[in-house]
Design a protein around this ligand. Structure first.
Ligand code: GDP
Length: 421
């Protein structure tokens, strides 16, 4: 099963994966890096995980990072050790693909320098993800398997550092002496990482052959997909469900179901179009109601109404077999809720998500307004527990998106979930 975000990320995938992890044996990440941040609440504890799948919070689940991930190993071990300190059994449960690319300190430095330089700022998290994927596509990346031979690894890193320094000089930046120190830090983690390295495709294949259940977890969301999102305001990897196969190392025929996660409204961090964006006053109100501040950067998220045009696009490009709607409770106090069913453009009404990102900046959403429910939904555990207007709203989302709703999340806790299927 694949769990994929269907908006601009931050849909609450962490919570959905956390609920589903209970029922699976293996949880694997297939793309992205430490730019993803899942916030998971277990009892009164809050865990923010950037690289290790949130399945780690369930005893005995195997957690994998696939070849499609770019691994920031300094940050990875900080996260790993923090889990250990908090009493989570981590040993023997985490595996990292030997084909995964390493995100090295110079990628971070370059990321920030390039973003400062860019004419159209993407609003990156500055974690080095873009430059690491550039090196991968440019065939000069360094993979986990390259750690095997220490001399060769050092040689590859030295080349990477020299190249990064060259680019920094081109960008008019000072030399960064810290780069060498940081490389030493990486070299020290070499053996620790090798001990965790594995073939994720083979592991998943074997698990499936044993009738085990595997959950492949996407980071970010469909509108941030390198091909299907609002390019160039996207992330540097394919976030959509098909990437789960390549990013883990199994064939697409191994994937049986795709659960799309959507928030009951829309948010986005960083720059780029957000067709249903609220006016500043409402934006502020929703940000407070939904706690819409980035888990990785703390940046305020921009908020808007549910965008069914985007959700329909996501349903098609991901081949969704089901939908999980999160944060329904955030809308509880609103007298009215709206959904965008199409966009008005100079060329007429469109109902398909346009490829033209610049054009998307100026579309006017066609909003359909529904009566709110104005009672708390946080205690609901079945569809029948939900107020009638909330059910109508969900029915409409399902109808417009074209995928059946399987889950509705009504709070941050594991127990605050309505299972439909
Ligand atoms: P992810 O990257 O898609 O997992 O999203 P984030 O972790 O950035 O955002 C999810 C945030 O929303 C976390 O703080 C969750 O605890 C919270 N959250 C998830 N589901 C719900 C929900 O149904 N209701 C409320 N109120 N908060 C939720």
């Amino acid at each position: 099963m694949v769990v994929v975000g269907c908006q601009w990320g931050d849909e609450g995938k962490g919570k959905i994966v956390d609920v589903l992890a209970e029922e699976v044996d293996v949880v694997a990440r297939y793309q992205g890096g430490a730019n993803a941040g899942h916030t998971v609440h277990v009892g009164d504890d809050e865990f923010i995980l950037h690289q290790i799948p949130s399945g780690i919070l369930h005893p005995a689940k195997r957690c994998l990072l696939g070849n499609g991930v770019v691994l920031d190993l300094i940050q990875f071990f900080e996260e790993y050790d923090a889990l250990l300190r908090r009493g989570i059994e981590v040993e023997g449960r985490v595996g990292v693909s030997r084909r995964a690319h390493l995100l090295l300190p110079y990628h971070r430095v370059l990321d920030r320098a390039l973003e400062d330089e860019a004419a159209d700022k993407i609003g990156t998290t500055g974690r080095g993800i873009g430059p690491a994927y550039e090196d991968k596509a440019g065939r000069r990346g360094i993979r986990v398997a390259d750690l095997e031979d220490e001399d060769r690894f050092r040689e590859l890193v030295a080349r990477g550092v020299a190249r990064a320094r060259g680019r920094l000089v081109e960008l008019g930046r000072e030399e960064d002496d810290d780069l060498d120190q940081a490389v030493e830090k990486v070299a020290r983690l070499r053996e620790r990482l090798l001990a965790l390295s594995t073939d994720t495709g083979r592991e998943v294949d074997l698990a499936l052959a044993r009738d085990q259940r595997v959950l492949l977890e996407g980071a970010q969301g469909t509108a941030l997909d390198l091909d299907h999102g609002t390019y160039p305001y996207v992330t540097s990897s394919n976030t959509t469900a098909a990437a789960a196969a390549t990013g883990i190392g199994v064939g697409p025929t191994r994937i049986r179901s795709v659960l799309g996660v959507v928030k009951a409204y829309t948010t986005r961090v960083g720059n780029g179009p957000l067709p249903t964006e609220f006016d500043p006053e409402m934006d502020e109100r929703m940000r407070e109601l939904g706690g819409e501040f980035g888990a990785t950067t703390g940046r305020p998220r921009r908020c808007g109404w549910f965008d069914a045009v985007l959700a329909r696009h996501a349903a098609r490009v991901n081949g969704l077999t089901g939908l999980a709607v999160t944060k329904l409770d955030v809308l509880d106090s609103l007298p009215e809720v709206s959904v965008a069913t199409g966009y008005r453009t100079p060329a007429g009404v469109v109902e398909e998500f346009p490829a033209d990102t610049w054009g998307l900046e100026s579309v006017e959403p066609i909003l359909e307004t529904h009566e709110g429910w104005e009672v708390p939904t946080t205690g609901a555990r079945s569809l029948e527990d939900l107020p009638r207007n909330a059910r109508r709203y969900l029915d409409r989302i399902q109808e417009l998106t074209g995928a059946p709703i399987e889950m509705v999340s009504v709070g941050t806790r594991r127990s605050q979930i309505v299972r439909v299927a």
